[in-house]
Design a binder for this molecule. Structure first.
Ligand code: GTP
Length: 597
């Protein structure tokens, strides 16, 4: 297609503002699918995405639109992930387009996630078309939301398009605006191939697929291409586009977006942001901005039933095929047995993987408390990355510990602002900004990430009755007064429950954990001491008193078969018990203790 007849755009929006519904409508208008095929939302195509109503992987479709000027345009629509954990994927998707549609729910207004994405689009010099969605709702307040877009984001909203993606009202105007307002892409066909790898995923039939945006040159079947970051060379097997059905094409030319498949083994070899060029005629330089995704939140995943360990490993490998930003390695815990230490882009990413393992792979899992990555400066002058509190070196060997801080933006109706500010303060936050737009407040804070992985989202949602929205970006590593809090049972440490905390929080956390464990650990024939300690110093203690002997004696009466059954049962129960010194602790106690953070 002639470049002047191509438009590439992304849809950006806060979660639930109607991005996928609008995308489906656009596809429908362009005749990409029949009504029956439209029944299900097309763009959110993973089960979990559909159920949770969130978009995880960016999807792209190519539509042919006959505009009012009588010409037919190739319109490439790129869906972007709506969540903070996938910010880098959003930035790559935006880099592949010339413009964005900013969808704002007219009954809700601008939210934290809208802001984060729209600022990224502004950074990419995008032409932005504001679209107010859900105008069919009685609560829609168009003038107020327009004003908000202008005040908060600072873009002109006078020509915002008012639509209802649900009823289809005015949606065609969005396509017309794309043609008229967005610039066409540029790029020369004759130059050496230079294409950005926007996304990659694993298809069970075609293998690893890469979504690409060609900047210059042409990408064709049979070409030998080179990934400039990894240096790997691959033979291109197929190129094509989703219309939204997978359609093979002869080539992907400059300015176009499409997919390629090549005999690439894993998505890890196909990293988002990499530059693809032709092996025998490479381009001068890779496209700017490549940044490998680095996991920032780690936790242990253990099978409830030790027999599931091989299944868990296989499942993790399968997930990793499709998700290069997720990492795992074997881990052993005295409390939980054999499992894996896994790294994620953030808490939602963790939840999604955990849920997929439990649902798609039918595994019962124990998840240890999420931890961030600390930089530990050792007295011998070296630095180590600590992914697991259990691996913390001896305090005598530690010079200092640095922890990651984030810059967080919280938007909340002002009646809930008080508790939100207290929560930030309680979590060691430092306020950077506090502004109002109408009756909504926007607070910008610097916060230690380890305070955020500890039930921050849940607390924020509950104190604001779900009205607060939250977004963050990693800021920097800063030295902190951090200590390892260990939990002991009759003086034996329980590795799965140790955590790194700020010294000022240690007492509180230690006492809370002791109190919980006291309720969770069943009485035994002797007294059990539960302690929280920093190094050798005990800071909190609870005691589980001994059980009276005759209680057990009763169990062993009765006839022989019953006795046998009981013994059988007991044996089974034993398997699920974990021994710490002389104390047997049921695995369920750990699960419960971990659930509560
Ligand atoms: P993510 O994929 O998580 O980013 O969400 P999304 O922005 O794609 O939202 P989605 O399209 O799934 O819509 C969220 C909810 O809003 C769904 O229940 C839709 O049916 C509803 N919705 C979308 N557009 C409209 C609209 O114009 N009017 C009304 N009343 N509801 C809408």
């Amino acid at each position: 297609t002639d470049l002047s007849h191509i438009r590439n755009f992304a849809i950006i929006a806060h979660i639930d503002h109607g991005k996928s519904t609008l995308a489906d409508r656009l596809i429908q208008i362009c005749g990409g699918l029949t009504d029956r095929e439209m029944k299900e939302q097309v763009l959110d195509n993973m089960d979990i995405e559909r159920e949770r109503g969130i978009t995880i992987k960016a999807q792209t479709v190519r539509l042919m639109y006959k505009a009012e000027d009588g010409e037919t345009y190739q319109i490439n629509l790129m869906d972007t992930p709506g969540h903070v954990d996938f910010a880098y994927e959003v930035s790559r998707s935006l880099a592949a387009c010339e413009g964005s549609i900013l969808v704002v729910d007219a009954s809700q207004g601008v939210e934290a996630q809208t802001l984060a994405n729209v600022y990224q689009a502004i950074d990419q010099n995008h032409e932005i078309i504001p679209v107010l969605n859900k105008v069919d709702l009685p609560a829609a307040d168009v003038p107020r939301v327009k004003e908000q877009i202008e005040d908060v984001i600072g873009i002109d909203a006078s020509d915002a398009i008012e639509v209802s993606a649900k009823t289809g009202l005015n949606v065609a105007a969005v396509l017309e605006a794309l043609v008229q307002r967005l610039p066409a892409p540029t790029g020369e066909r004759e130059k050496p191939l230079q294409a950005m790898l926007v996304d990659s995923w694993y298809d069970p039939y075609l293998g690893v697929m890469a979504l690409v945006r060609v900047r210059q040159g042409v990408l064709k079947k049979g070409q030998k291409v080179k990934l400039m970051q990894t240096g790997a060379v691959h033979l291109v097997e197929k190129v094509g586009a989703f219309t939204p059905k997978l359609t093979e094409l002869a080539e992907i030319g400059p300015g176009e977006i499409g997919f390629m498949s090549a005999s690439i083994k894993t998505v890890a070899d196909c990293q988002v942001g990499d530059t693809i060029t032709e092996e025998k005629r490479p381009c001068d330089a890779p496209l700017p901005g490549f940044k490998p995704s680095i996991p920032v939140v780690f936790c242990g995943l253990f099978p409830v039933d030790a027999n599931d360990y091989p299944d868990l490993r296989d499942s993790l490998e399968k997930l990793r095929l499709n998700d290069a930003s997720f990492s795992f390695e074997p881990e052993t815990s005295a409390a939980l047995g054999f499992g894996f230490r896994c790294g994620f882009l953030g808490l939602l990413h963790l939840e999604i993987i955990q849920e997929r393992l439990e649902r798609e792979f039918d595994l019962d899992l124990i998840t240890t408390a999420p931890s961030v990555v600390y930089h530990i400066n050792l007295t011998n002058g070296t630095q180590m990355d600590l992914h697991n509190p259990a691996d913390m070196p001896d305090v005598m060997k530690i010079e200092s510990i640095e922890e990651p801080w984030i810059k967080a933006t919280i938007m909340v109706p002002d009646e809930y602002l008080g508790p939100v500010l207290s929560l930030c303060t309680e979590r060691r936050g430092e306020q950077l900004e506090l502004t109002y737009v109408g009756s909504r407040a926007m607070a910008v804070y610097r916060l230690p990430l380890n305070e955020v992985v500890f039930d921050f989202y849940d607390r924020l949602k509950s104190i604001s009755r779900g009205y607060a929205s939250f977004d963050y970006a990693l800021d920097s590593y800063i030295e902190g007064d951090l200590v390892k809090l260990s939990m002991l049972v009759n003086a034996e440490p329980m590795d799965a429950l140790s955590m790194i905390v700020h010294r000022s929080q240690a007492d509180l956390r230690g006492r809370a954990m002791c109190a919980r464990l006291k309720d969770l650990i069943p009485r035994q024939l002797f007294k059990i001491a539960i302690q929280a300690a920093i190094g050798g110093k005990v800071i909190a203690r609870e005691t589980v008193s001994a059980m009276r002997k005759d209680v057990t004696a009763k169990c062993y009466g009765g006839d022989i078969t019953r006795k046998k059954k009981l013994l059988e049962k007991q044996k089974e129960g034993k398997k699920k018990m974990r021994q710490f010194g002389n104390v047997d602790i049921p695995q369920s106690a750990f699960i419960e203790a971990l659930k509560m953070g």
